[in-house]
Design a binder for this molecule. Structure first.
Ligand code: SF4
Length: 333
């Protein structure tokens, strides 16, 4: 099984079976908050990175014993939920709510995505979701390729600070991207859910939010999903926005807008068990210092250290100088 992962529980999409059709890490952007890591191939060139047949063959094996999808999709859970493969082999499962193109890069860079959607529709009636950064929607062939999907979820994080936060390929222009997504929305029969991820001090200024609101109005999405940095980012200076500010941005964007990130800061403070869970989640990615863990989960140093020492006593983590590492043991959740 090379291209299918999950199913991953997702607040936005329910139980989502992921389809990864891009090598790690090929993308049109190199976002400072990317949970997958730095982009190694920054490109706008669409290529047949993965052929149609192996994807359909894998899917057929997994979908055969599944039950029909539930009538409606579950409410949102978190950002990047159907993001990178979790290193798990997909199992034969009893229920899948959607099939989601996402993974280790930008899925619309695969020039076979349209054919894949077409072939999947022949073998399954499970809704197809495409999580995309939306940057290639200015291309007519990309817009055409996604028309048969059921939900398309592009992202738009900034207009004025687009280059700072998303570090795009040098030929990308934000106006062309917004126009492209807007053109797609006009002809798309499915649902378009726009994700906006806010990074503290990068795209939370009143001026930026005003420009974003104008762009969102032009796109006219069915839903706006507001998010912040809740997973270990590519750049440690990409910090989460606090909950109160997220709420005020949600109110500013209006009725269609919903916050989809975990309120980790609040949850961690209110539930001791969560603190160790979040620390382990962060250390799963790579060894870190306490100050880095602090940035990601947003709680004080003393509390983090206390939890780390407890985890060390249980031999779940270990440390060398200031660096904390997750041991190779099975963790009971
Ligand atoms: S668009 Fe997605 S995959 Fe590409 S760099 Fe940004 S967050 Fe990572």
């Amino acid at each position: 099984m090379k291209h299918i992962f999950g199913p991953v529980p997702s607040r936005r999409f329910g139980l989502s079976l992921g389809i990864d059709i891009i090598p790690n890490k090929v993308c049109t952007l190199d976002c400072i908050y990317c949970q997958i890591g730095k982009t190694t191939d920054l490109t706008l060139q669409r290529r047949p990175y993965v052929a149609v047949k192996p994807v359909i063959t894998e899917l057929k094996k997994i979908l055969k014993p599944t039950l029909p999808p539930i009538a409606s999709l579950s409410p949102c859970l978190s950002s990047g939920e159907a993001g990178a493969p979790l290193g798990r082999e997909p199992k034969r499962v009893e229920r899948i709510d959607c099939l989601t193109f996402s993974g280790c890069g930008e899925p619309t860079l695969n020039s076979n995505i349209g054919k894949m959607i077409f072939e999947i529709k022949k073998i399954s009636n499970i809704p197809i979701v495409v999580i995309t950064n939306g940057t290639l929607f200015y291309k007519k062939d990309v817009r055409k390729d996604l028309l048969d999907a059921d939900i398309v979820a592009p992202s738009l994080d900034a207009v004025l600070n687009f280059k700072k936060i998303n570090r795009p390929h040098k030929k990308l222009q934000i106006n062309k991207i917004v126009n492209g997504i807007s053109e797609f929305k006009k002809i798309f029969k499915g649902k378009l859910w726009l994700e906006v991820l806010i990074v503290k001090n990068f795209n939370d200024s009143p001026k930026e939010l005003k420009s974003l609101k104008k762009a969102i109005k032009k796109i006219n999405p069915d839903k706006i999903h507001l998010n912040t940095v809740v997973r270990p980012p590519s750049e440690m200076y990409a910090k989460m926005l606090d909950w109160k500010k997220l709420i005020s941005i949600r109110n500013y964007f209006g009725k269609k807008c919903k916050i989809i990130s975990y309120n980790k800061q609040h949850d961690a403070k209110s539930n001791k068990k969560n603190i160790s869970k979040y620390i382990l989640e962060v250390l799963k990615r790579r060894p870190m210092q306490v100050k880095d863990i602090q940035v990601v989960i947003g709680i004080d140093k003393k509390t983090i250290l206390k939890e780390l020492w407890l985890l060390e006593r249980k031999k779940i983590v270990s440390h060398n100088n200031n660096w904390w590492t997750l041991n190779q043991v099975k963790i009971k959740r």
